[in-house]
Design a protein around this ligand. Structure first.
Ligand SMILES: Cc1cc2nc3c(=O)[nH]c(=O)nc-3n(C[C@H](O)[C@H](O)[C@H](O)COP(=O)(O)OP(=O)(O)OC[C@H]3O[C@@H](n4cnc5c(N)ncnc54)[C@H](O)[C@@H]3O)c2cc1C
Length: 447
């Protein structure tokens, strides 16, 4: 039994009473906050770290994924529009975005992560969102089925924010879990493996950028045969908008027994960070020795935090199931779309990619954002209500932005009913989303 102490009772100041509080400023949270504010809600966004972007900036990615469906060699189709296009446009204006790049049957849109920090600040400011950085949500107060306050901690101490609607975009469903919502931790407690992301500078990108995934795999397997204990050998080279820089998503963080880290456990999270950086060192050496174009490469950047693919998956009014994703179901209550494969980072040195048929997609149901048992609580992003394998497809940046846009739009719409999110008619929500440019019916276009 863990020893406990009793903290003295205290009076906690209420520092804000916004219409909509968004917790977490990642892909989903940025979009949720902008959409809520655009809908007329006085919106506040709290973020635990010192910048917005979450995985996009703190972990760093090679590019936005899940933005297009691949139809055939000539045709693509956008599956995400709306605020995602605003984000792209702002990055492009800073020359921090490259055209979509195909890697076999998937496609990514490379962006520069430092610029994304700047652009995210500009974007939330332009929409009139009040932002409080370095502020973590640590508890939730409820009155029956309503979340009445979210308790935050920051340099000023402990404070309460009392909103009418809460959107949990923390990635780990911190608010929902603390409010008492049901959730699953991956599949029977086993989540996807995490990765530490890094960038290498001094790369001959003309050579490195031409390497295919199978070629890289072969080279890395050669290193394994020579005795390098690489946990993963499948990866692509993500060429960055900066000259001579590539981004690599190649580490795979495991406990000594080979199991993934459970990243809502503080000890595990801390150890994962250490293991991740050790792996970066190992891969730097291997890439320099074995992979053409990398002979003079050096690590120039390691994600500020470990990249977490999956922790708590909230139980919603509906659950995005594996069968739904595989069946490319297009439900009438869809609020976003995805055509990303089931990208499973499980055991072994390979990553499993299970593709939807070319030109196919599925719709994300509104019910997957509505937290079961709560009147004024929504989720958006990688902590949506989904089965483990379904989340492996829905969790990439494109669908996360689209989910956030839907949650924020709905939250603003619910205010006329006191923040009761189930009062929102899904047809009206879809009309508002379409009007804002969201894609709910992807079409093939010349790519
Ligand atoms: C290693 C890795 C590689 C990936 N590669 C790609 C890729 O190449 N392309 C792609 O599109 N997607 C990729 N993804 C997936 C994708 O980027 C993320 O799943 C997606 O960006 C998640 O967005 P989110 O907003 O749901 O969550 P997050 O990005 O996790 O954002 C959550 C935010 O909430 C904040 N937060 C957390 N708890 C609290 C709290 N209690 N209080 C306040 N704030 C809090 C966090 O600091 C963070 O800013 C990758 C993911 C990982 C882990």
């Amino acid at each position: 039994m863990t020893r406990t102490i009793v903290e003295p009772e205290r009076r906690t100041p209420v520092i804000a009473e916004p219409d909509v509080l968004v917790v977490g400023g990642g892909a989903a949270g940025i979009a949720a906050a902008c959409a809520a504010a655009r809908g007329g809600a006085r919106t506040m966004l709290v973020e635990a770290w010192g910048c917005l972007g979450g995985t996009l900036t703190l972990v760093t990615l090679g590019g936005f994924c899940g933005t297009h469906m691949v139809v055939d060699d000539e045709r693509l189709g956008r599956v995400v529009g709306g605020l995602y296009l605003e984000l792209e446009g702002r990055l492009a204006a800073r020359d921090a975005l490259l055209p979509p790049r195909r890697h076999g049957r998937i496609l990514g849109v490379p962006y520069e992560s430092a610029s994304l920090k700047l652009v995210a600040d500009e974007m939330v400011a332009a929409h009139g969102v009040r932002v409080l950085l370095h502020t973590g949500a640590v508890a939730a107060q409820t009155d029956g089925s309503r979340v009445t306050a979210v308790i935050v901690e920051n340099k000023g101490g402990r404070a309460a924010i009392a909103p009418r609607v809460v959107i949990d975009a923390s990635g780990d469903a911190d608010v929902a879990a603390r409010a008492g919502a049901d959730f699953a931790l991956g599949e029977e407690g086993t989540t996807q493996y995490a990765s530490t992301m890094f960038r290498l500078g001094g790369v001959d990108t003309a050579v490195a950028g031409e390497l295919t995934r199978p070629q890289i795999r072969e080279l890395l397997e050669r290193a394994v045969a020579d005795g390098y204990p690489l946990p993963r050998t499948t990866t692509g080279v993500h060429v960055n908008p900066l000259e001579g820089v590539v981004h690599l998503n190649v580490t795979k963080l495991t406990n000594p027994d080979g199991e993934p880290f459970l990243l809502v456990d503080p000890e595990q999270l801390s150890e994962a960070e250490r293991v991740g950086r050790q792996q970066v060192k190992l891969y730097e050496e291997v890439f320099r020795r074995y992979v053409p174009g990398f002979g003079r490469a050096r690590v120039i950047d390691i994600g500020a935090r470990v990249g977490v693919r999956e922790t708590r998956l909230v139980r919603g009014d509906g659950v995005l199931t594996e069968a739904h994703v595989r069946g490319c179901v297009k439900p009438d209550d869809r609020i976003a779309c995805s055509s990303w494969p089931l990208e499973l980072h499980g055991k072994g040195r390979a990553t499993t990619w299970e593709f939807l048929p070319d030109g196919e997609w599925y719709g994300l149901p509104w019910a997957c954002l509505v937290v079961a048992g709560f009147d004024n609580l929504l989720v958006a992003g990688r902590n949506l209500s989904a089965e483990h394998a379904a989340q492996a497809s829905a969790r990439v940046a494109g669908p996360c932005v689209a989910m956030g846009e839907a949650a924020g739009t709905a939250a603003a719409m619910s205010l006329s009913a006191g923040g009761a999110v189930r009062s929102v008619a899904v047809e009206a929500l879809q009309r508002n989303l379409r009007r804002a440019g969201a894609v709910l019916d992807p079409v093939a276009e010349p790519g």
